[in-house]
Design a protein around this ligand. Structure first.
Ligand code: NAD
Ligand code: GLY
Length: 363
């Protein structure tokens, strides 16, 4: 099948850029490098480099611009300031100037760190996102959120900084572990829950094919997800309002990630479980139908993500972790909740109600 290039546009005050989606896009990356680039800093990790580093370097060499590779350790547990500093050490050591271009090759961990490095290296250099996991293709590479974790909270140190392009090769999934595919699908179904009941139904209908990595279904899921995300961030780049809907399930999810220790649960797994908890809280607070809570639970199960969270140190620790999340305002936890599938509202919830939701959905 000859799949044509599909382009979704993002238009934010911080930058306008294309999301180019096609199989084989890794081979045409030179197209996204501006002609005045002085050096390309390819930021990746050894796992991804072993799979596609040579191919990507060859593609970037077509620019005629020198390419240096900055290798970071793999995994969420390394998404921190120490690892970020390794990028600066390498780039300063190689005397990269302000006209260098960073290429982030990898999943959301690489994308978030390379993007943050781009935001602050010499007060900002251009960068291209080349996401290689499903999660990073449908979510993290788009919209300019960049960050590292702090022991006291997820993504606490970061910046809004838009890439100059997002290059999505839809042919990179053969090597991706099943768990990572499931984690990515959690962010896909999130778009249906927050914006489009028909897309949620489409995910229910095609979940088996999506998990089996059917290329046509994945291409649709990726394009639709990028369209939803581009629409939201183009309206509200800095999360002054609307963009918060993208955090459905994340207040619970981030508590799981931080409480278990970063990397124990995958981000998407924690979000999947968080979607169930958000649906359950929505039912108790807003009358979201119980039958739809079950649909959410069934779909999260069907994509292969856990629906029951860890009890951690109990309700108190859960509350404390959620209080520490970025979405907290003046000490109040603002949950993204659903009156019905496809609609969201931000609300605080009585502590005893949240405690019941935690107890019902954790072991
Ligand atoms: P990840 O970056 O850790 O990648 C998952 C694993 O897959 C890693 O071991 C990676 O090396 C490996 N990998 C990557 N591509 C591969 C491929 N094609 N084949 C085989 N292995 C491959 O995890 P992720 O799920 O991509 O990203 C999660 C991160 O994204 C979290 O830190 C989360 O906070 C962040 N995130 C950011 C945003 C945002 O808007 N910036 C949104 C959602 C999530
Ligand atoms: N993943 C949440 C956001 O980009 O806003």
């Amino acid at each position: 099948m000859n799949t044509p290039l599909q382009t979704v546009s993002v238009a934010t005050p911080g930058g306008h850029y294309p999301i180019n989606i096609a199989p084989g896009r890794l081979d045409t990356l030179a197209q996204s490098i501006p002609a005045d680039a002085t050096t390309i800093a390819l930021i990746t990790n050894p796992v991804i480099h072993a799979l596609m580093g040579e191919r990507v370097t060859a593609a970037l060499n077509q620019t005629g611009c020198p390419v240096m590779t900055v290798m970071l350790p793999d995994g969420e547990s390394h998404k921190n300031l120490d690892t970020l500093n390794k990028i600066f050490d390498a780039m300063l050591g190689a005397k990269l100037d302000r006209k260098c271009v960073i290429v982030a090759l990898g999943g959301g961990v690489i994308g978030d760190m390379a993007g943050f490095a781009a935001a602050v290296y010499m007060r900002g250099v251009r960068f291209v996102q080349v996401p290689t996991t499903l999660l990073s293709q449908v979510d993290s590479s788009v919209g300019g959120k960049t960050a590292v974790n702090h022991p006291m909270g997820k993504n606490m140190i970061g910046a809004f900084y838009q890439p100059i392009a997002v290059e999505i090769d839809t042919n990179v999934f053969n090597t991706l572990p099943d768990r990572e595919m499931s984690a990515g699908l959690a962010e896909v179904i999130k778009y249906g829950l927050i914006l489009d009941p028909e897309f949620f139904e489409w995910c229910e209908k095609h979940v088996v094919g999506l998990r089996a990595r059917d290329p046509e279904l994945l291409a649709i899921a990726i394009r639709r997800s990028c369209e939803y995300k581009a629409w939201v961030v183009s309206k509200d780049e800095r999360e002054t309002g609307l963009r918060a809907i993208l955090n459905l399930g994340h207040t619970f999810g981030h508590a799981i990630e931080a409480g278990m220790g970063y990397g124990e649960w995958l981000h998407g797994e924690a979000v999947g479980c968080g979607l169930v908890m958000a649906a359950d809280l929505s039912a108790e607070l807003l009358g979201f139908p119980q039958s739809d809570v079950q649909r959410v639970r069934d779909l999260v199960t069907a994509i292969g993500c856990p629906t029951v969270g860890p009890r951690l140190g109990g309700v108190e620790q859960w509350m404390s972790l959620m209080q520490g999340d970025k979405k907290t305002e003046a000490g109040e936890i603002k949950f993204v909740l659903m009156p019905k599938i496809g609609e969201t509202i931000r609300r605080t919830a009585p502590a005893e109600m949240v405690a019941r939701v935690i107890l019902r959905n954790t072991v």
